[in-house]
Design a protein around this ligand. Sequence first.
Ligand code: HAM
Length: 417
Amino acid sequence: MSTGKLQAARGTQDVLPAQAPERLALERVARRVLEGAGYERIETPTFEATDLFSRGVGTSTDIVQKEMFTFRDRGDRSLTLRPEGTAPVMRAYLEHGMHKLPQPVKLWYWESFFRDERMQAGRYKQFWQVGAEAIGASGPSVDAELITLLHAILSEVGVGDLKVRLGSLGTAQTRAAYRERLVAYLRTHEERLSAEVRERIDLNPLRAFDADDAGTREVMAGAPLLLDELDAGDAEHFAAVRARLDAADVPYVIDPTLVRGLDYYTRTVFEVESGALAAAQAAVGGGGRYDGLAEQLGGPATPGIGWAAGIERILIAAEPSLHPVAICDLYVAGEGLTAFALAAQARKAGLAVQQELAGRSAKGALKQAARLRATCVALVDETAGTIELRDTESGEQTVATDAAQVIARALKGRHPG
Ligand code: HAM
């Protein structure tokens, strides 16, 4: 057993009190925007049967091949810490018969996820996502609504230099036909491709569009594009999504090479980048339609679409406007019984109250109150039974004889938040 000082596991991080207010502010914005549009909160378990992800996310993806934290329980069942939220949400939809509810069922989540990736700024082994899924509707308005909501949340919290990349992968059949064409194209240019791309030609040819090496990039510049091969239905759907984004004034660029790292997508796919993030981790969020996922999980054909955005990445890219200061309506300077009772009563009255707990002198307590930006400070004299109340903004000082007077005054100066 090691005896040195223990640290958080590599790739994980603590959320310290100093970071809590900005996370809370982001959660509030996400909740207001999503619940305002009728999305309801869902929580699924931290781990699931491994099959859910191999069948849902796809065995050829990096996530399933190399990034899952998989373990066996005592009954020798294979379990996996969830690497993403869409397959679990679809599993819950099917398991709980949500098809009986009015459709689409609109859900959102705020949870942590686990991928064994190489750690870098903005890339962790345990990270948090806010996500939204609409299951049970296939029309283009759902696609455009979800993209608009993601854009609204990111804009409101001040994520700088936003870019929405939009593409369409067509239906499974279109994709299969295109895949064959692409594999054939890659085979004819095999010698110029990187070893990694070459090895995966049959497994996942679309990933070749993601490659960084010059040879592969040159080959891919001339590759056939899926967007040019969409069938009439898919092309019409894609055009209708674009028209709705135009109508809602959501700016986007069409990216025919957009590949997502999960296999369940059909038709619309999108990713939102921020110029405020390093290029390697520029994606703040991404998502798309997954009309075949329910069937892959053993359910009836059910359309769905959604997105997820990385909370750590949003907070890195957001402007400091998101960093609110915690509110303190009243600082009670004193640790005796009167002071304690005053703090308790003032909290019951709905005030945000902090009490002196470290034995500071009156001067020290005033300093601490200033640090907390308390609106009022109550200096309690236990022997005299009086309370001096200071309004820190106006500097006004008054003497009160009981808690009720202090609370009435503090309520008047109370912060609206
Ligand atoms: P994803 O693109 O894999 O999609 O992840 C969404 C976002 O999660 C990324 O854009 C990024 O901000 C964040 N993220 C992913 N991996 C990490 C990591 N290792 N560290 C920090 N942040 C990370 C999905 O997960 C899909 N389930 C999205 C979706 C929902 N599609 C349809 N519905």
